[in-house]
Design a binder for this molecule. Structure first.
Ligand SMILES: *Cc1c(COP(=O)(O)O)cnc(C)c1O
Length: 358
């Protein structure tokens, strides 16, 4: 019996995508981004598969890090926003986490509390995104403080690009020149590249690359530029639970937003926005059933959606519909929802049953 909604996670695809990353950036260590439960794929399972082939993992929260440690992950884990709340530094030390340090408050507290138990600190520079990091003027204050700890721990200076997915954007040049001005002559390892920069800017690979979305087989550039070499890791499926023969002129679903132009066969499928399939998906959003592509019609409901199966061979109740994954690029579904693949992957709810295959 197949489940109502299933997400199949192809662990071999993760290894395949990691191999592509390593061949693109052979000189760099890989900090695999597994924040937000590995972009919705299951961080513990993903981390176990690639632990021996990466330099470490990036997570957003202490809970995410603690969960990885609890299943036996011993590789370095970097807390991407460092410690920001009471007691977090002590807990981070207990779990032997590496820290991003992005402001003077953190840096002073770290020095006061001591760096014992921490093996690496990632100093984040704000080169123009203005979210986290030391600005060039703050760096002048931070640098002498870093001198007090740099003989005890490994230091990586990092920055994050606001427009890495738009290769020609002037912001990239501006951020890079700020970065180079700060780090020029410094002895520290460097890290700049997310997935988009790994794919498009070999000059930015430096000592550490930080792939996220491409590890999961999805293009950081969206539907306009799919990456054929990558292998999608998640395939989301649901079942046909009703079939309706409708006539030309009939309307489908809530709000009667879609009118059939001719007689059609419509399948009702067992997932909706309560499972994380976005309500914003427009009529025409692609899906795949019985070996052919077809499309969503009408509005997505909480527990169901409707697709046009008029031209699909032999449809019957119980047939599986792929909403995204192996045959349907999540990048294309995202474009039809006016969002990005990252949002869809991280948005599945606990109604979805996960299956891990090798
Ligand atoms: C999430 C994240 C990445 C990965 O970005 P992708 O676009 O998913 O490759 C890289 N660096 C930092 C600091 C991040 O937070």
């Amino acid at each position: 019996m197949s489940s109502r909604v299933s997400a199949t996670i192809n662990l071999a695809a993760i290894s395949h995508n990691l191999n592509i990353i390593r061949s693109l950036a052979p000189e760099s260590s890989v900090l695999a981004m597994v924040k937000a439960d590995a972009y919705g794929h299951g961080a513990n399972e993903v981390a176990r598969v690639i632990e021996s082939q990466v330099g470490g993992f990036g997570v957003a929260t202490l809970d995410e890090a603690a969960s990885l440690r609890s299943v036996g992950i011993v590789a370095p884990i970097v807390l991407l926003e460092g410690f920001n709340f009471a007691h977090e530094l002590a807990v981070a030390k207990e779990h032997k986490l590496d820290l991003v340090i992005h402001n003077l408050v953190q840096l002073r507290e770290l020095i006061e509390e001591g760096v014992e138990g921490i093996s690496r600190v990632w100093v984040k520079l704000d080169t123009g995104m203005h979210r986290l990091g030391f600005s060039p003027s703050e760096w002048l204050e931070a640098r002498p403080l870093i001198s007090q700890i740099e003989q005890y721990i490994d230091i990586v200076v990092m920055t994050h690009l606001a427009c890495a997915d738009e290769i020609e954007h002037v912001q990239n040049r501006n951020q890079l020149s700020v970065f180079e001005q700060i780090v020029d002559g410094e002895p520290f390892a460097q890290s700049i590249a997310n997935s988009a920069a790994i794919l498009s800017r070999p000059d930015l690979h430096r000592n550490w690359v930080r792939p996220g979305i491409m590890l999961y087989g999805v293009s950081p550039f969206g539907s306009e530029q799919l990456i054929d070499d990558l292998c999608p890791v998640m395939t989301l499926k649901a079942s046909v639970i009703a079939l309706k023969s409708v006539s030309a002129g009939d309307w489908i679903g809530y709000g009667a937003t879609y009118q059939c132009q001719s007689d059609r066969l419509i399948a009702t499928v067992s997932l909706g926005y309560g499972d994380g399939y976005p309500r914003s998906a427009a009529t025409g959003t692609p899906c795949y059933i019985n070996g052919v592509m077809t499309e969503l019609v009408g509005r997505v409901s909480m527990d169901m959606l409707t697709i046009d199966v008029t031209d699909v061979p032999g449809v019957k109740l119980g047939d599986q519909v792929e909403l995204w994954g192996e045959h349907v690029p999540v990048e294309q579904v995202a474009a039809c929802c006016d969002t990005i693949g990252y949002v869809l992957l991280t948005g599945l709810t606990n109604r979805v049953t996960f299956h891990y295959v090798r």
